[in-house]
Design a binder for this molecule. Structure first.
Ligand code: ATP
Ligand code: MG
Length: 543
C-alpha cells in the first residue's frame, strides 16, 4: 500500500472501474502463471497447490464448454459446489464468458435453491454429484426447468450432463470484457430478517474487495492467509475467493465442511498467520480448544457481533486478539478495526472500528435525516456522496425494498442497523433496527444482554428479544441454550436474571428465560430473532 490510503483507493478504482475491465483478466490472467492462487486442503490434511497457470488452462476449457451450451455475456450460471479447485476454475470460466455467477450454499435444501435459481433467472446450474439430487424434480423443483443441469465428477446423474463430457473445442476464445458496470455475481442476502434480497454485484466492486484485503485484513505476500467462510455467502465469496484472486496472494481453501477439530489442525499444520472467520467459528474453536493453540499475526471476524468473551479468549489462545469488522452483502466490509499499520488505531473496547478508506459511514438521528451527535444511538448509514468504493445499485427486481434503503433525498444509504459513533469516529453496533427493544422508553440492544448471559458457565448460547407488554411497551425474554450436562431450572433462570441486573442494568433483565435445545439460524449461522419473537408471542397467547 502506498503512503496515502486515498491514493491507493483511486489506484484500485482506476484498475477495476473502467469500461474495458475484464473479470477473467483481473482475477486470473494478469497474475504470473507459476504463482500459487490457492493451497487446496483436503479433510485428511493432504494438499495441492493450484497455480494461476493451471486455473487459466482449466477455466479456458470449462469456458469453451459453457460456450457450447450457449452461455455468453449476462447469462446466469449457478454453482452448487463445495470449496474446491474445480469451483474456482468454474467461476473463472463463467467470468471468462462474461456471464454472471449465482452462488448456492451446499447446506441449502431444495426450496432455498429453487428460490434463488428462479429469482436469478438461471440458465445453467453446475452441481457436485453429491448435491445434484437436490435439483431433481418434485417439491419446489420444476419437472421441466428453464435451466440446464451440469454435474462435476464422473458419475452419471439422471437429467444432467457431465461437465467433462461437454465439447470444448473453442478453448482459444478471448475472455469477454463486460466493463466495471458489467455484472459479476448475482448474490442474495442471508435472510436473517425475512426473505433474502437479490444483490447484483458489478465488476467494479472488486476495487472494494481488494481494498479490504489490504487495509483491514492486512494480507501480506508472506502470510499464510485463510478465510474459513463459505463462498455461498458474501463474506466467503468476497474475501475467501475474490479477495485473494484480485490481490494475487496465496490463500488456503479447505475442501471439507466445518469442524472445530479440523480447523485447529489446519491452523497448526499449514502455519496459518492470518485468519478470518465468523464469530460462531471462534466460539466453536474455543469450545474445542483443549490441547490446541495458535500463533497468528492477524485474526479478523465479521458477519455478527463479536462478543467480548471471544476477544478476551483469543489473545491467549490464538496469539492475537480477534478484531471486529462490519459489513453487508450490499457493500462488503465498510467499518473495521483495520489491521494495516497505517490505519491501526486503538479502538475503545467493544467498538467495531472506523470507516475504511473509500467509505464514509455515519450515524443518523432516529427522528430526522441528520447526523446524530457523538455517543447517541441512531441509524448506521453510508454517505453515498463521499464513498468512492460504493457499488450497490439496488435489489434485484425490488424497487420498493431498494427505496427503503435510502433517505428521501437519496443522500444516505440506511444499513438497517442501529448503533452509535464516538467523537473519534469509532462505531459501536447496537442491534438490527428490527431487533432493538424499546422498554419503558429505554432502547436496549439484545446483543449487550446476550453478552452478559454467555458469561455464565452453564450457558452455550443466548438470544434476547423484546415482546409486547401492556405496561412497558416491550419486555425482554431470553432464549438460552445450555452447555452439555447442565439442566434448566428455576434457580438457574433466577441466577441468569441476577447476572444481567448486576452486569448490565437493573431494569433490563429478561422477565422470562426459555431453555431451548437450539436457536433458529440461517444456514450461515445467524440467529433469526424474528422467529423467536413469533415463538414468544405464540407462547404468551397460550399462557
Ligand atoms: P437479510 O438482509 O436478508 O436480513 P443479513 O442482513 O443477515 O440478512 P448479510 O448481508 O449477510 O445479510 O449480513 C449483514 C448484516 O450482518 C449487517 O447488516 C449486520 O446486521 C450484521 N453484521 C455484520 N457484521 C457485523 C458486525 N461486525 N457486528 C454486528 N453485526 C454485524
Ligand atoms: Mg441485511
Amino acid at each position: 500500500m502506498g503512503a496515502d490510503p486515498n491514493t491507493r483507493v483511486r489506484e484500485l478504482l482506476d484498475t477495476y472501474d473502467r469500461g474495458d475491465a475484464c473479470a477473467a483478466e483481473l482475477l486470473c490472467d494478469r497474475h504470473p502463471a507459476e504463482a500459487v492462487a490457492f493451497t487446496v486442503v483436503e479433510s485428511d490434511l493432504s494438499s495441492v497447490d493450484l497455480t494461476y497457470g493451471e486455473l487459466r488452462e482449466r477455466s479456458e476449457r470449462y469456458a469453451a464448454a459453457l460456450a457450447g451450451l450457449g452461455i455468453g455475456p449476462g447469462d446466469r450460471v449457478a454453482t452448487l459446489m463445495a470449496k474446491s479447485a474445480d469451483l474456482v476454475a468454474v467461476l473463472l470460466a463463467v467470468w471468462r464468458r462474461g456471464a454472471v455467477h449465482v452462488p448456492l450454499f451446499t447446506a441449502f435444501a431444495p426450496p432455498a435453491i429453487a428460490f434463488r435459481l428462479r429469482a436469478a433467472d438461471t440458465a445453467v446450474v453446475i452441481a457436485d454429484p453429491d448435491q445434484a439430487g437436490k435439483l431433481a424434480p418434485g417439491g419446489d423443483m420444476p419437472a421441466d426447468p428453464p435451466w440446464r443441469t451440469v454435474v462435476t465428477g464422473q458419475d452419471d446423474i439422471a437429467g444432467a450432463v457431465r461437465l467433462a463430457d461437454l465439447p470444448a473445442s473453442d478453448t482459444g476464445a478471448p475472455a469477454v470484457t463486460v466493463g466495471g458496470d458489467g455484472l459479476l455475481v448475482q448474490l442474495f442476502t442471508s435472510g436473517t430478517t425475512g426473505t433474502p434480497k437479490g444483490v447484483p454485484i458489478p465488476v467494479r466492486a472488486l476495487a472494494s474487495f481488494h481494498a479490504y484485503q489490504e487495509f483491514a485484513l492486512d494480507v501480506r505476500p508472506d502470510d499464510v492467509f485463510w478465510n474459513a467462510a463459505d463462498p455461498g455467502w458474501a463474506y466467503g465469496l468476497y474475501y475467501a475467493i475474490l479477495g485473494p484472486l484480485v490481490s494475487g496472494t496465496r490463500s488456503l481453501l479447505l475442501h471439507a465442511g466445518f469442524s472445530p477439530e479440523l480447523t485447529w489442525q489446519v491452523l497448526d499444520r499449514f502455519g496459518v498467520t492470518n485468519f478470518a472467520a465468523a464469530p460462531t467459528v471462534y466460539r466453536a474453536l474455543r469450545g474445542g480448544s483443549e490441547g490446541h493453540s495458535a500463533r497468528l499475526r492477524r485474526a479478523s471476524s465479521a458477519g455478527e457481533p463479536l462478543t467480548p468473551d471471544v476477544v478476551a479468549w483469543s489473545a491467549e489462545a490464538l496469539g492475537v486478539a480477534v478484531r471486529d469488522h462490519y459489513g453487508q452483502t450490499e457493500h462488503g466490509m465498510v467499518i473495521c478495526n483495520a489491521w494495516h499499520d497505517e490505519l491501526n488505531a486503538i479502538a475503545p473496547a467493544g467498538s467495531m472500528g472506523r470507516s475504511l478508506p473509500g467509505w464514509a459511514c455515519t450515524v443518523l438521528a432516529d427522528e430526522a435525516d441528520i447526523e446524530a451527535p457523538p455517543g447517541q444511538l441512531g441509524r448506521i448509514a453510508i454517505d453515498t456522496r463521499h464513498s468512492a468504493l460504493l457499488w450497490f445499485v439496488g435489489y434485484l427486481g425490488d424497487p420498493e425494498r431498494s427505496a427503503q434503503r435510502y433517505t428521501s433525498d437519496g443522500r444516505w444509504y440506511l444499513t438497517g442497523d442501529a448503533g452509535s459513533r464516538d467523537s473519534d469516529g469509532f462505531f459501536h453496533f447496537s442491534a438490527r433496527d428490527d431487533d432493538v427493544i424499546i422498554m419503558a422508553g429505554y432502547r436496549i440492544g439484545p446483543f449487550e444482554v446476550e453478552s452478559v448471559l454467555v458469561l455464565h458457565s452453564g450457558v452455550a448460547e443466548a438470544a434476547v428479544v423484546g415482546l409486547p407488554d401492556e405496561l412497558r411497551g416491550e419486555v425482554l425474554e431470553a432464549f438460552v441454550v445450555l452447555r452439555e450436562g447442565v439442566t434448566g431450572t428455576d434457580t438457574l433462570a433466577e441466577e441468569l436474571q441476577t447476572l444481567v441486573k448486576k452486569k448490565f442494568a437493573a431494569h433490563a433483565y429478561p422477565r422470562r428465560v426459555h431453555f431451548v435445545r437450539d436457536l433458529p439460524k440461517t444456514p450461515s449461522g445467524k440467529i433469526q430473532r424474528f422467529l423467536l419473537r413469533d415463538q414468544g408471542r405464540t407462547a404468551a397467547g397460550q399462557r
